[in-house]
Design a protein around this ligand. Structure first.
Ligand code: SAM
Length: 327
């Protein structure tokens, strides 16, 4: 919004940038793990469960030959999933230069730390940039339109200001073809706010994570203040330690509609697991990924604390309005 007091606007922009840098530096500094280190992680089953959720979303919506835009692609942890879906083209963007370098290494198959594998069958373009600041339709004018846009565990980093949240959705909308699909995962604000209200102070968590809200939210009420910039610090053992922002989903949904993106579904991760574990092919996939033990109780190999972290997230699917121009 226009702010007549230019200085205040400047300060807000500066602090927004500083926080975006904090997030980028945090992810950039995270080095690749060896297979042994990964298996020893206290949240290994949660990581496998999250990979399963992303794989299911990809299998549900990707079609052979699709052009894919992976916003906040990180180290390219989903490249193999997209390869299995036989996509035709991939563009990955992330703000963390270290992660984009790891993604490039993984794509080139130089030193895949998890398994040696054949080259990917699709061409890819990997870019370091801020997806919530830059007008990507200009950067990707020659690559668009995309059939699918994916933003996994990262959309909430756009909710620090209204301008960034809008830029994120405008980018997705401008780059998707009519009828194209936007899939993603992000924290479930309803769960986080409920836990905050049940907590004694401004922090809560368990043995693998904690969340701490800033003092300014000590009244635990968000209704009167702006729905953007509700910041908390998130710590997840062996994974995350940086500022994040609450995304009230009903507002995300209505803001997305302004950009011609209509909700197909939203499900908390627990609900998602229960629903898709009814399908044998996804039970088998879960077993292959190693997130599930021999019985078919969904959380059989997750610790209760990891299962509680899974509850902090949701999966969503949106569709770009308009007639698909391909069958
Ligand atoms: N999507 C990947 C995955 O599922 O494995 C990475 C998820 S990681 C939890 C969050 C990612 O969001 C990090 O790689 C981080 O650098 C990226 N990110 C955060 N803010 C961003 C921004 N403004 N623009 C682009 N990427 C961003």
């Amino acid at each position: 919004k226009h702010n007549p007091e230019g200085d205040a606007q400047f300060l807000e922009d500066e602090s927004t940038k500083i926080f975006a840098r904090k997030v980028a530096d945090h992810y950039s500094a995270r080095t690749n793990q060896t297979l042994e280190e990964r298996e020893a992680s206290p949240i290994i089953h949660l990581k496998k469960l999250n990979n399963w959720i992303k794989s299911v979303l990809i299998q549900l919506y990707a079609r052979r030959g699709d052009a894919v835009l992976d916003l906040a692609c990180g180290k390219g942890g989903d490249l193999i999933k997209w390869d299995k879906a036989k996509i035709g083209y991939y563009v990955g963007i992330d703000i963390a230069d270290g992660s984009i370098e790891d993604c490039r290494t993984r794509y080139n198959g130089d030193a895949d730390h998890h398994q040696r594998r054949k080259k990917f069958t699709f061409p890819a373009r990997l870019i370091c940039g801020d997806c919530y600041e830059v007008r990507l339709d200009r950067v990707l004018a020659d690559d668009a339109p995309f059939d699918i846009c994916s933003c996994q565990f990262a959309m909430h980093y756009s909710w620090s200001t209204e301008a960034r949240a809008r830029r994120a959705l405008a980018n997705v909308s401008a780059l998707l073809r009519p009828g194209g699909t936007f899939i993603g995962t992000m924290p479930d604000a309803n769960v986080i706010i409920k836990k905050l209200r049940e907590a004694e102070g401004l922090a809560f968590g368990n043995s693998v994570y904690w969340i701490r809200f800033d003092e300014e939210f000590s009244d635990k009420k968000f209704k009167s203040s702006s729905p953007f910039g509700i910041k908390y610090k998130f710590h997840l053992e062996d994974a995350v330690d940086c500022p994040e922002w609450i995304v009230p989903f009903h507002l995300f949904k209505s803001l997305a509609e302004e950009y011609d993106l209509e909700l197909v579904f939203v499900k908390n991760s627990h609900e998602f697991v229960h629903e898709y574990l009814k399908k044998p092919e996804y039970v088998e996939l879960m077993r292959r990924l190693g997130a599930l033990g021999d019985g078919n109780q969904d959380q059989s190999t997750l610790s209760p604390d990891e299962w509680e972290v899974a509850y902090l997230y949701l999966a969503f699917v949106l569709k770009k309005r308009g007639q698909p121009d391909r069958t």
